[in-house]
Design a protein around this ligand. Structure first.
Ligand code: SAM
Length: 240
């Protein structure tokens, strides 16, 4: 967002989208925080956050000794975040390796060149990412995650099952316009196989939960737009 949070809140608060986003993003962060810290508690020492954006988990969460966290995103995004964190004197609480790469290209080589070890079990996260990837990059993501995952690796993704319906919903369209975002223009054309289908065909165990259910489990039900949120899932998979 090319402005400050206060200005955004003022502009978009009335649309209904802003309160829903702020409530939901808190839930999403917590669900995936728990996924990653749970994996680390179970002994996983290699974490890869795909499209980490302005996520600060390597700095914000407490990690056991020996954890390395790779954060992959576009160079401009990582450079901006790391400059801000450095300016504030933030220190990562695990070994931290940024990987500047485009997920539509050969990102796996960039990850391996940065020191990723495919012989170790890994916890992977793709949060707020899949709707923005073109179909080929989406298939490549699951294939490469599978290829690079030792037995016992885990993956969590946020999955939107009806991206076009969501983007066309009046709440999203009007709220997006108030925020200065043309959401449909960020979404690629083409149909994709669901994470469930892709991971099942790769032999992973798979489980998903609607975000409404995630919110209820955390004691923070999302009541304002249940119809809209019905299309969104938190999915968890494990490589046997
Ligand atoms: C909505 S943000 C989510 C960020 C973070 N995962 C979170 O949930 O806070 C989407 C992120 O995906 C990244 N992204 C989108 N397409 C990408 C691509 N082709 N290669 C690398 N990163 C990409 C963007 O740079 C952005 O940081």
């Amino acid at each position: 967002f090319p402005t400050t949070l206060d200005a955004l809140e003022e502009r978009a608060g009335a649309s209904g989208l802003w309160p829903l986003m702020t409530a939901y993003l808190g839930i999403r962060s917590r669900v995936f925080d728990d996924f990653l810290t749970g994996a680390a508690r179970d002994g996983v020492r290699q974490i890869v956050i795909l499209a980490s954006g302005l996520d600060t988990r390597p700095f914000r969460l407490e990690w056991p000794a020996g954890v390395r966290c790779f954060e992959l995103d576009q160079p401009l995004v990582l450079d901006f975040k790391l400059a801000v964190l450095e300016e504030r004197g933030a220190a990562a609480s695990c070994a931290h390796t940024p990987v500047r790469a485009d997920l539509r290209e050969d990102w796996a080589s960039a990850l391996e060149e940065a020191g990723f070890d495919a012989t170790l079990p890994t916890a992977w996260l793709a949060e707020g990412l899949l709707p923005y990837l073109p179909p080929e990059a989406d298939e490549q993501l699951f294939k490469e995650v599978d290829r690079l995952s030792a037995s016992g690796s885990r993956l969590a993704v946020e999955h939107v099952s009806a991206v076009e319906e969501m983007a066309g919903d009046a709440l999203v369209r009007d709220g997006g316009a108030a925020l200065g975002i043309d959401l449909p223009s960020l979404l690629p054309d083409g149909s994709k196989r669901s994470p469930r289908d892709q991971l099942a065909s790769l032999g992973w165990r798979y489980d998903e939960c609607s975000v409404l259910e995630s919110a209820r489990r955390l004691g923070r039900p999302l009541e304002s737009a249940p119809r809209l949120m019905e299309h969104m899932f938190h999915a968890f998979a494990q490589r046997p």
